[in-house]
Design a binder for this molecule. Sequence first.
Ligand SMILES: Nc1ncnc2c1ncn2[C@@H]1O[C@H](COP(=O)(O)OP(=O)(O)OP(=O)(O)O)[C@@H](O)[C@H]1O
Ligand SMILES: [Mg+2]
Length: 316
Amino acid sequence: MTLTDLLEDRGVSFLLFGGKGGVGKTSCSAASALWAAEHGKETLIISTDPAHSLSDSFDQQIGGEIKKVEGCSGLSALELDPRKAFEEYRKKLSETENFEEQAQSVLRELGDLSSMTPPGTDEAIAFAKVLEFIENPEYDLVVFDTAPTGHTLRLLSLPDILNSWVVNLIKIRVYMSKLTGLFKRLIGRGDEEDRTLDVLEKLKETIGVAKETLKDPNETAFVIVMIPEVMAIYETERLLSSLIEYEIPCDHIIVNMIYPDVPNCPFCRARRQMQQENLKDIREIYDDFNITEVPLFETEIRGIDKLRKLSEILFT
Ligand SMILES: Nc1ncnc2c1ncn2[C@@H]1O[C@H](COP(=O)(O)OP(=O)(O)OP(=O)(O)O)[C@@H](O)[C@H]1O
Ligand SMILES: [Mg+2]
């Protein structure tokens, strides 16, 4: 199954690109989003990397609000700004009746759970955005340009961490409402309902749906980007074992920046030979993966025209 089949036949809705720093994740995700949009899919590309580079890649200002990409109708882009997204959530939630009060009590409970490691805010916000798009699918395809491996793995482990958090909160909440119910009955206000529990139950349900969506090969695909160098092979091994642990479907690898055969250039020949040897190992180790090989371009890949050129290589 090629990358084209992945989008056209399998028709996944979420495409994540990940791998070691600097191997071409942003370029490959931008080129793929462009290809999908130019093949009739309403597409959104989101950068979850706090060090955003979608603006550099598309050579136009993107930023923290969803924006149409100039030069490609059907493609929108967003560079997630955790602080801004957090404020948006706060605002939205504070419009919910009584929310501040409920949030305070949840936060107090969270304080009591300090033995559990809270996830990083950046990843939590990025994950909340993922939840949003899973809940309200406005796009045919959402492409995620992720940060280098470590950050992305924390993002992908969030459903489990959050789930255990929420389950614990629910337990505590049930216990507390029994106590407060008793107290309220004592002071004659026994029929007030506990909405915090509803909020938590809803959150648990949403996280459950997100977990299932991330595991479903008809919905989600994780594409690993690497270069033909030994360090990248090691990192790919680590990334893959985590993806297996989280049951995230991954059967595509892009090997990027392959040196072309340049006559009369001993330096180029040496590098090419080193890469070709590693490439042989990669083909052998990952023989049940679909491998797409991408040559090193003469220039960096910036702007729609260059990205289109890359997409032609990825999707032929
Ligand atoms: N095949 C290629 N040929 C030439 N230049 C490339 C190729 N692929 C990527 N580049 C260039 O390499 C640099 C790094 O690429 P990119 O930003 O896509 O990597 P990344 O994995 O997203 O990096 P980071 O880990 O910093 O997010 C960019 O300048 C990009 O234009
Ligand atoms: Mg990047």
